[in-house]
Design a protein around this ligand. Structure first.
Ligand SMILES: Cc1cc2nc3c(=O)[nH]c(=O)nc-3n(C[C@H](O)[C@H](O)[C@H](O)COP(=O)(O)O)c2cc1C
Length: 358
């Protein structure tokens, strides 16, 4: 898994073990697709290291007998401030793909964000009873995406995360070992909710809007009636504009280093985004988070929740829904320990335990 360190020096041992077992079961082109980043993979390579650069200033003399990780996120109760980031191709990891992922997320009490390219239907996801949101790529013809969103909301999607960092799909160089994932992917792994004409195997060939604007956010909110989160924001000014235009949340993300290479690490962007939006919006972050400690850093810098992609894909491949449940439980336990050590009895208290040098 790019950026997570294969030598055990980054992230906890359980993750390294999980990766090893996932590697043993996943075909090479799928592994490459999951792990890859754009171009020279500079952003991918820096993601986890950037979380490790941050230093905490723990509080002391606080009662940490009871620590509360639960709360509310975009109107739904959560048991931990984690979430499953949207990823295509989960049916390459497990025959039940996103459904198995949703079951595990539901049991852990954290939201699942379903990729608009998912290989499982909205009805199947809704039937799991998990809290879930739709990740949306806007189409040039707005109505096409809107119809997808209508369907998702009808099946219980509690929010929509509009991905704004992908006007085009960033170039990723072919694997030295050869073999493209789209040559081995079963067409049933993708596009279960897309209209017939949108179902090309390679998502890069699906048309995406290149003229997204703040006005799209208010329109999406009005149309769907659910909270709108903008996924892929790194700048404070963009975050403030999105919230001004009606977004309920801003998701600090560089798409796991898969879009613009040399984009800044998300760990270095959370604080400025929180500062720009104040308490007017929910702030989410993803990218290179590989432990409960990294998550604590994200929360300390101002995020309300932290989402993970690749590690949960690996957990699904290695052990199915049980693996994802276990990974989320370990992350919960690591965060709980970190909160005690940092003198924080609830997630809100973590805000600001970071050393800003001031
Ligand atoms: C295999 C894979 C597929 C992805 N598919 C999507 C997608 O369909 N939509 C989207 O907004 N982000 C997608 N992402 C980006 C993730 O949602 C997330 O931003 C990123 O993976 C987080 O970084 P991490 O994997 O280091 O935790 C994908 C990432 C991976 C690894």
């Amino acid at each position: 898994m790019g950026g997570s360190g294969r030598d055990g020096t980054v992230g906890p041992g359980w993750l390294v073990d999980l990766e090893d077992r996932a590697r043993a079961v996943l075909p090479e082109p799928v592994l490459r697709y999951i792990g890859e980043g754009a171009r020279d993979e500079v952003t991918l390579g820096e993601a986890t290291a950037a979380w490790r650069e941050v230093r905490l200033l723990p509080r002391v003399l606080r009662d940490v007998r009871e620590v509360r990780l639960g709360g509310e996120l975009l109107g739904a109760p959560t048991r931990s401030p984690f979430g499953v980031a949207p990823m295509t191709l989960q049916r390459a990891a497990h025959p039940r793909g996103e459904v198995a992922m949703a079951e595990a997320a539901g049991e852990a009490g954290v939201p699942l964000v379903l990729s608009s390219n998912a290989g499982s239907t909205f009805a199947e996801i809704g039937a799991t009873g998990a809290t879930w949101w739709l990740q949306l790529y806007m189409t040039p013809e707005r109505e096409v995406a809107a119809r997808l969103l209508d369907e998702a909301v009808r099946h219980g999607a509690g929010a929509v995360a509009l991905t704004v960092d992908t006007p085009v799909v960033g170039t990723r160089y072919p694997s030295p070992a050869g073999g493209r994932v789209w040559d081995v992917a079963d067409p049933a792994w993708l596009g279960a909710n897309l209209p017939e004409e949108g179902r090309t195997p390679d998502p890069a060939h699906r048309a995406k809007a290149m003229d997204l604007a703040p006005a799209d956010l208010a329109w999406l909110r009005e149309r769907s009636g659910v909270p709108v989160v903008v996924k892929g924001v790194l700048r404070g000014d963009d975050a403030a504009d999105a919230v001004e235009a009606g977004a309920d949340g801003v998701w600090v993300s560089n798409h796991g280093g898969r879009q613009l290479d040399q984009a800044q690490a998300t760990a270095r962007c959370v604080a400025r985004v929180r500062e720009a939006v104040g308490d007017r919006a929910t702030v989410l972050v993803d990218g290179g988070v590989r432990s409960g400690l990294h998550a604590a850093v994200g929360l300390a810098l101002g995020a309300d929740a932290v989402l993970l992609g690749r590690p949960l894909f690996m957990a699904l491949a290695a052990d199915g829904p049980d693996g994802v449940r276990r990974a989320l439980a370990l992350l919960h336990d690591e965060l709980e320990e970190t909160m005690r050590l940092a003198g924080c009895a609830d997630v809100g208290a973590l805000r600001g335990v970071v050393d800003t040098g001031r």
